[in-house]
Design a binder for this molecule. Structure first.
Ligand code: DX5
Ligand code: ZN
Length: 221
């Protein structure tokens, strides 16, 4: 498991999308692009029309907060991670086949109110699980710490699974998420609302440095 900060980009136009990618690409391996259709969630962002010829100096994961995610995925070829919402999938075969045909990898996102039991039957299909720590729709919301209990159980069941958290992640909250078992940290406001983007990313990483230490006395940081 490698701890990683993944900047989340929630924007309404391509110019701003490109500006934000350019700002973080020198400092990270991957960015997280939020896509909303004003149906699955009450907000709308950039969509497929903005995703052609994205810069190639960074990897992408797309967080599909949309109805019928397969219709988007099938039109977006490339080795991307497609995070589809458990609550939006009507037919897993259709979604899996769209991801496969596009040449991407499947990830499964679940909302704070969704039970772990409803997720577990599908975890094996996914490269990565995205635990939402806010109700999806907007950036800048408050971290819901209750989700950590689900992350802990998931981590116990799947020691090697990539578990990402998304929503309200920053220097005050990332530690709890990582102690629970998350290894990927998506963050928007904690990065883009700061003057110094690199420092903002480093600060989040620094804040979780000791999350893996067995105890204060045995701190390896
Ligand atoms: C919420 C989005 C998140 C959001 C994170 O619907 O999926 O990725 O952009 O924003 P912050 O980090 O500000 O909570
Ligand atoms: Zn997101």
């Amino acid at each position: 498991m490698s701890l990683e900060v993944i900047p989340a980009i929630l924007v309404k136009d391509r110019a701003e999308l490109l500006r934000r990618i350019a700002a973080v690409a020198p400092h990270v391996r991957m960015v997280h692009i939020d896509v909303m259709d004003n149906k699955f969630v009450p907000n709308k962002t950039v969509g497929l029309e903005s995703f052609s010829d994205l810069p190639k100096n960074v990897l992408y994961e797309f967080h599909w907060m949309v109805e019928n995610p397969e219709e988007y995925i099938s039109k977006l070829p490339g080795a991307h991670i497609h995070l589809v919402h458990l609550e939006a999938v009507k037919n897993w075969e259709v979604v899996e086949s769209a991801v496969k045909k596009a040449g991407g990898k499947l990830g499964i996102a679940f909302n704070p109110a969704t039970s772990l039991d409803s997720l577990l039957p599908f975890v094996k299909k996914a490269e990565r699980v995205l635990a939402m720590t806010v109700v999806p729709g907007f950036d800048g919301q408050k971290y819901i710490a209750d989700v950590e209990a689900k992350i802990s159980k998931l981590r116990t069941l799947y020691p090697k699974l990539e578990i990402e958290v998304d929503g309200g992640i920053g220097t005050q909250t990332a530690f709890g998420a990582v102690v629970a078992g998350a290894d990927k940290l998506a963050a928007a406001s904690a990065i883009f609302a700061k003057e110094d983007i690199k420092k903002a990313i480093d600060d989040i990483l620094e804040s979780v440095k000791c999350a893996g230490c067995p105890s204060y006395a045995e701190c390896k940081g």
